[in-house]
Write a protein that binds this ligand. Structure first.
Ligand SMILES: CC(C)(COP(=O)(O)OP(=O)(O)OC[C@H]1O[C@@H](n2cnc3c(N)ncnc32)[C@H](O)[C@@H]1OP(=O)(O)O)[C@@H](O)C(=O)NCCC(=O)NCCS
Length: 167
């Protein structure tokens, strides 16, 4: 799909699962299990997953749901050694390009209030916090900030009320 000089972005394949599980476990205190990740890696009527590869090796992934005219980013992660080199940006740009081409009006996501790197990343990409879900995360009881980015000016979408979010 998308190819930059170093990074290829494409739909995940079943054999990407072990690498995705490794990145997930390294990134999150309450990682999704392999079965949940496997389900999210399969594109279907709603799911729009992507993975990023450097030299053929998976270095990041992004999972999103298309819910009517809203694009809900449910998980994004980049291997520790690959951070701050633009991989997350390549994934998010590719995902939001797909959202726009599929007619979505807004993109939304939930993020832990303590996840400063992710907050900075999303703010860098034009997301703004508009709501807070109290005690949203089961492992720590932490709140989630709900962030939104308008993809098409002059319109607002229906905000999805989902209990699925990055761990
Ligand atoms: C959030 C995450 C996906 C960002 O991926 P990344 O590839 O490192 O991001 P990029 O290199 O594309 O960063 C783009 C911009 O976002 C901001 N940003 C990203 N990481 C940041 C950090 N740790 N601190 C401050 N700003 C940051 C910066 O503005 C950065 O631009 P710059 O490097 O030119 O200053 C990555 O940190 C990650 O995998 N974190 C662990 C998993 C996670 O928490 N995911 C989010 C779940 S909601």
């Amino acid at each position: 799909m998308t190819v930059t000089p170093d990074i290829e972005v494409r739909r995940p394949r079943p054999d990407d699962l072990p690498a995705v599980v490794r990145i997930e476990v390294a990134c999150f205190s309450d990682p999704w299990d392999a079965a949940s990740l496997s389900a999210e890696l399969r594109e279907d009527r709603m799911r729009r997953p992507l993975c990023a590869l450097r030299d053929g090796k998976v270095v990041g992934y992004l999972m999103a749901w298309k819910v009517t005219d809203e694009w809900h980013v449910i998980n994004v992660a980049v291997s520790t050694g690959e951070r701050r080199s633009g991989v997350g940006t390549i994934l998010l740009d590719a995902s939001l390009d797909a959202a726009i081409s599929e007619g979505c009006v807004t993109a939304t996501l939930e993020v832990r209030v303590s996840n400063a790197p992710a907050l900075a990343f999303y703010e860098h990409h034009g997301f703004a916090a508009f709501d807070r879900r109290r005690r949203y995360y089961r492992d720590t009881g932490e709140d989630a900030l709900v962030m939104i980015r308008v993809l098409r000016s002059g319109e607002t979408g229906t905000v999805v009320d989902s209990d699925s979010t990055c761990p």
